[in-house]
Design a protein. Sequence first.
Length: 602
Amino acid sequence: MSGAGHSSSLAPKNYVELQADDADVLRRLTTAEGRAGVAILLEISDRFLCSVLYGREERGRYQVFEIPKKTGGTRVINAPPKNLSILQQKVRYAISLLYKAKQCVHGFVPGRSIATNAAIHVGQRYVLNVDLLDFFPSIKIGRVIGALRSEPFNIEKRAATVLAQIACTATGELPQGSSCSPVLANVVSHGLDVTLLDLASRYHCKYTRFADDISISTSKPSFPSMLAEFEDGRWVLGDALAKAISDAGFVENPGKVKLQSWKRRQEVTGLCVNEFSNVDRRHLRELGATIRVWEKLGEAQAQKVLNQKLFPHVAGSDVSIVNYCRGKIGFIQMVRGEDDPIVRRAKKRLSDVCPDAFKSIKPLAQVNPTPLRSVPRNVSGWNSVYGRVASSVYQLKVKTKDYGDQTGSAFRIGRSLLGTAGHNLQHLEIAIVLPNGDEVPVQKHKYRCALHDTDVGLLKLPANVEVAGDPIPSQGRLPELGEEVAAIGYPAVAWRQTTVSLRSGVVEALPTTQNDEWRFISVGFVSAGGLSGAPLIDKRGFVVGIVVENTLARSASVGMQKGRASEADEEVTRSDLFGQASPIEYLTDLQYGRIDETTPCA
């Protein structure tokens, strides 16, 4: 009763998808007993299941071929025969209903991708990449059975064995090329993920895994030696990380252990993560070159050139040039966003040579004019960012010689450090105002306050004072011209608010070179005095600058102190006002001693 022809005749008509609802599938999965229970789960006859599993011409008929890797060498693919592939699709669906991937797992999980994986490690000082050797083939049938018999599945032993036989090759390995191998590999790797999450947390690192690619990053000044160290001219795994991988039943690829510093290009799953998730320029060049050939030579000739490039040694191979270009654009769009200018230009060029390439292109009026790469899709305006940042911003109360009490803003950058504008620290006494109205004196730590220079300062919280809010992360990048940013702080204006507020605007000018006079970011909003020292935030919630003053607002503030409120109101409503902010890198330079303190401002 073996053989593909005979077994095909036993297959039901609607055999690709399970017909039962999800609740029934889960019940059948968790209560299945033996081969008969698995046959009921997969909605096939026991006879058909036997022919697929134990027929020599069925389970042994994997099609084996190789595909080239981007980094060199080849990857062996084991494509299952049709009937076995159908059963594997059903097993994958049933397992996926019960398996919930941890947040650190980004490979083969709905809604996650190489882009979500890379975004976790953006802006870190060090990024470690580790590749697991022979990831799928190293997972043997016994490990699959053990995983299915454990939480959350608890499948009966005989049924788990049959399911594992469906998933594995006749030699007892997970095949790379099967639809159920990815989810089962994630299930088997659950213990590794738990261990590495704990290990990363212990050393203040972030951990993610995309299939066999492990990434660990940290913002600490040095990378933990227990995770990786430099030995004999190359990076090797530290003792703790090596033991965790070995104990989980995997082996690292020694040639693919790489630690990347922030001073050089950092990559995670092929995407650059130094400042934001971005594609390799190679993809942009290849797409541009393909469309350019199409524009000059026409579709037929461009198709020929593309096939010669992709398959130089294989006669008769053919890839649709339209699908190739759409695939490239889709990949770039996944990483950079639908409204990214590069994506829109590429879509426009492809639509010019092939009007049917896209169903529609979003009208310009509907495009976000300042798209920010790597913005989470669930961000609606500034609500999400404000919710994360507001509790980490504090109102400053300062005593001055001439104008009595003044206000400013500060924000938390470390366990006991606050960042603010340098000119706030030139005053006699400084305190932060807690939400309940209590004032807590803070210590001047370091500041630099020179006209048209850096204007940044550091305050230190008393050791016995606990305040709400976590440190706000920064990426040490300049925003882009036209990018939308926001200041979150406590404005001191005639219509004074007593709670932290948000003022957004677009970046109108950036600092010039170090030798020139202008050192500030110019933003199109009224900063209103008390916002001095407030963090300038991008839409990902990272600090990109520190508000230092508002052009013409200083005279308005003086007017208020002298009782000329109407003059102040008139002054701050002028349309030519704009905010100024020092780049966040100046505060970092001051914190780590890369620039010196200066004498107080005049």
